[in-house]
Design a protein around this ligand. Structure first.
Ligand code: ZN
Length: 136
């Protein structure tokens, strides 16, 4: 008896089934109980000539990059609104999320500059900012 190759229409699992030339296998897929059909190699070679997954992935990367920027903008806008509602006027919407997260004083947010470096340096900058903006 010849061995026939059947393939599941749902999950693609192939089954080797031995039956007579004039018989037809009418069972279901072992894995998902889907419908199986006799598998002809040349049909599958044609199917695999469709665009590769890699091409789709390239587009996906571009999309995620755009979406990351969109999310950053949304976060900046949300942080900007929160800061405004607290009576703090950020220098710009751009970077407001970072300011909200990292700034230690409202002056930093208003000036649009984060105080960084060693503590003494930080204190000095803070004093300088206080001089410019007034304390409070
Ligand atoms: Zn299946």
């Amino acid at each position: 008896m010849p061995i026939y190759n059947y393939r599941c229409l749902d999950c693609g699992l192939s089954h080797e089934i031995r039956h007579g030339f004039h018989e037809t296998y009418d069972g279901v897929c072992d894995a998902c109980e889907g419908v199986v059909r006799k598998y002809f190699g040349d049909v599958y070679i044609a199917a695999s000539a469709t665009p590769t997954r890699g091409m789709h992935d390239g587009k996906t990367i571009d999309w995620s990059g755009t979406k990351t920027k969109e999310r950053e903008k949304e976060r900046d806008m949300a942080a900007y609104k929160r800061l405004r509602s607290e009576g703090i006027q950020p220098k710009s919407i751009n970077g407001s999320a970072k300011m909200e997260r990292e700034a230690l004083t409202s002056h930093e947010i208003k000036a649009g500059t984060l105080l960084q470096g060693p503590k003494s340096e930080k204190k000095r900058k803070e004093r300088a900012l206080n001089d410019v903006l007034g304390s409070g």
